[in-house]
Design a protein around this ligand. Sequence first.
Ligand code: 4NP
Length: 154
Amino acid sequence: MRVLFVCLGNICRSPTAEGVLRHQLQAEGLGELIEVASAGTGDWHVGKQPDSRTRRAAQLRGYDLSQQRAQQVKAGHFNDYDLILAMDKSNLGHLRAMQPAGAKAELDLFLRRYEGALDEVPDPYYGGEQGFEQVLDLIEAACRQLVIELKGRL
Ligand code: 4NP
């Protein structure tokens, strides 16, 4: 099974979700069974590491994002991945618009399915440190639910 997280730049929210889900899956012994990746709808940061603020906040909670490099979503991803989860509604709209007819991936808004209170992960890029903590809080909680769902699908 393969899961792709998508945000705008692929340097803040979706790399965090990739790192958190991978970490939780490894802790459950599912690291070999479920592949996790991330991408952005925009191309500005392709090839770059996650934002330094994102990496620092993640590192303080035990997630190493240093090996990740940004990529842009492409048509092939819709057949490579089973589940594509967007961080906000704008990202989801872009994904729906570019999804090839008949592609296998299921698309959804990450928090609508797994968390409840907020349905979007707020973009922390232009804000302060607190935004990066909120991103981690939301993503950690949602990934715990996602792991339960993914276990049920195996
Ligand atoms: P992300 O955050 O979508 O969570 O990676 C952003 C990163 C970069 C930009 C916007 C959002 N940007 O405009 O460059």
